[in-house]
Design a protein around this ligand. Sequence first.
Ligand code: ATP
Ligand code: MG
Length: 464
Amino acid sequence: MGQEMYRERELPDALASAVVPGEVRDIAARLEEAGGQAWIVGGAVRDSILGRQVRDWDLATDLLPETIRSLFPRTVAVGAQFGTIVVVGQDDEYEVTTFRRDLGYSDGRHPDTVEYSTRPEDDLARRDFTVNALAWNPDARSLLDPHGGLADLDARRLRTVGTPHERFAEDALRILRAVRLSVQLDFEIERDTLRAVVRLAPTLTRVSRERVAAEMERILGTERAGAGLELLHETGLLSRILPELVSCYGVAQNPHHAYDVFYHTLAAVDGAAPEDRLVRWAALFHDVGKPETRVLGEHTATFYSHQIRSEQHARRALSRLRFSNEDRGDVAHLVRQHMFHYTSDWSDGAVRRFLRTVGPDQVRALYRLRAADTRGNGKRTRVAPELDELAERIEQVLASDAALSVKDLAISGHDLMDRFGRPPGKWIGSILHALLEDVLEDPSRNEPSALLARAEELLGLPQS
Ligand code: ATP
Ligand code: MG
């Protein structure tokens, strides 16, 4: 079976008119001048046909990694044993991979051995889904489609190359990629492929947590994140990734909510913008403490202090997913603070104290979270007008440069030590925090002589 077999006379219209970046064409030309083949492969072919923005341009060739390296001025070998060379261009980086055949996957994660090949068909056969197993040469205007990927693209259908069960057993990450790609592309997962996803869901535990987290990020970053989470639940994958969310399933709420806690959470995630990454994660966790804090009344349920439990779950889950301390802290903080109850009669001091507690860096994210939460109640209520009022008042405080932390006070701990001739100690922090409380109430008090006089009073010293 030569590659001629798969050569299409006519490219699909989308490919015939697709714009391939100049650098990609240059790399392909270079490979061919050196006597090699050059095929664009993977997501770039798929997304070009779909008319979607291409994320990364990958090429495959029969040339060996050493040869590829010798052809380009700037390269990085990533996993050279797997034959991938990153060509560093002016605009971007491009992966150039030697055709390969994967031989045996005894651990369900990595091939035991890989063998270089001179046939692109071998390389396409090891790829996960038919729509990812296309190879395209724009100059020769040819497309290799040995697995029916074009037809599946047309039907918007995700199907493994070869037997689903075998392909997922080789590499369990593909199970999660199936869900991610179906959500990202808005494709249906073909029946046998979906069956294998469900059957092999328990093997997801073989996949490293970093890779699971990366796929979860991709799912949360799509327009259809809620549908993605629902699919993860229905396929039995979610309990292996976020069991705390699964426990929200079927937990009924009070009449303000159209949904149970699980579906409310999915709607709240969708209620934040896809690129609002940490707010989406916070929406995902904001109510996971509800199942264990629920108290049933006659007509309603209450969930007192659920945000505290939710925060604890968020921290644990995000550690498991290997989040950075900073991101984990930010998400946990948003979850912890999401239950504020603003009313128009808040004093300016109350607004400043709220801002002090939430932090100026996080406050905008917090009301984006609240807006997402409100959108997620499924009752089509307007996103609370009082939230806009709070946002406006907060912007005023931020613009006024009012002190919000002890660092913003007009005097420092050194000033206190100098003034009162006392050694460093806990007293400094206590005084500064007490002064801040005063200043939050009345910003005009943030002035050195007034602060020192008040400190003197607080220290119980006789007024001079
Ligand atoms: P996107 O870049 O939009 O995330 P993609 O399909 O390009 O989608 P990549 O992770 O960039 O995804 O992988 C590039 C290609 O490599 C895929 O299209 C697929 O052909 C192949 N591939 C990636 N991961 C696997 C895997 N675990 N098993 C088999 N083939 C894979
Ligand atoms: Mg890609």
